[in-house]
Design a protein around this ligand. Structure first.
Ligand SMILES: Nc1nc2c(ncn2[C@@H]2O[C@H](COP(=O)(O)OP(=O)(O)OP(=O)(O)O)[C@@H](O)[C@H]2O)c(=O)[nH]1
Ligand SMILES: [Mg+2]
Length: 197
């Protein structure tokens, strides 16, 4: 898939604020600081269209972007960051849950996991939910540049075995080296199937 144009549409908290367009939509989810906003910037080749930060808890609203005037990308707030105040945390979970269970145009989700961390109950819970609801998802291991090639391979095998996945079903990614960018775009294109032309 070639990205020709990208436009920030709006931020939202609840379904009544979501954009009314019904373009197919891909959402990006994962723990705070895992690199969701950075990954979107890498996909769309814009350094800072989506705000990122070294401090977890940067994205606090659901942000909608329109790609190539026919596909929507959604940057979700991250989960699981203990230092964000309890009040904010208690608002995020329902925000993301409401989004996932209400968005009819949701075509698929990209679930990001830091290559250095093991998947935890949040990731397993989300994968179960997606499977029950028949929503396809891609698994992406972020920040691969932080490890040597040998360690990347070890972590890939370990995470795959913890999640009972084949190695070629999990994508290694880095915003620094752009590893994985083309594969993610190809997978998104194949999710779109016959819809995009
Ligand atoms: N080395 C390296 N750093 C990365 C990579 N991806 C993201 N980062 C850094 O990780 C930090 C968090 O990135 P974000 O994209 O803001 O993470 P996020 O998942 O959107 O975080 P929240 O909005 O808090 O949920 C930033 O300092 C990024 O520069 C990567 O592939 N490699
Ligand atoms: Mg973010």
């Amino acid at each position: 898939m070639i990205i020709k144009s990208v436009e920030f549409i709006k931020s939202a908290v609840k379904p009544s604020q979501y954009p009314e367009y019904d373009f197919l939509e891909i959402a990006f989810a994962g723990r705070s600081n895992v690199g969701k906003s950075s990954l979107i910037n890498t996909l769309i080749q814009r350094k800072e269209l989506v705000k990122t930060s070294s401090k977890p808890g940067c994205t606090q609203l659901i942000n909608f972007f329109l790609v190539n005037e026919n596909l929507s990308f959604v940057d979700l707030p991250g989960y699981g960051y203990a230092k964000v105040s309890k009040k904010i945390r208690s608002q995020w979970q329902p925000m993301v849950n409401l989004y996932l269970s209400n968005r009819k145009s949701l075509l698929g989700l990209v679930l990001l996991i830091d290559i250095r961390r093991d998947p935890e109950k949040e990731e397993f819970g989300l994968m179960d939910w997606l499977e029950v609801h028949g929503i396809p998802y891609l698994l992406v291991l972020t920040k691969s540049d932080k490890l040597s090639k040998t360690k990347q391979e070890k972590r890939l095998l370990s995470i795959c075995s913890q999640m009972s996945r084949e190695k070629n079903k999990v994508i290694l990614f880095s915003t620094r080296t752009k590893t994985g960018r083309d594969t993610i775009l190809e997978e998104i294109e194949s999710l779109m199937g016959g819809y995009n032309e």
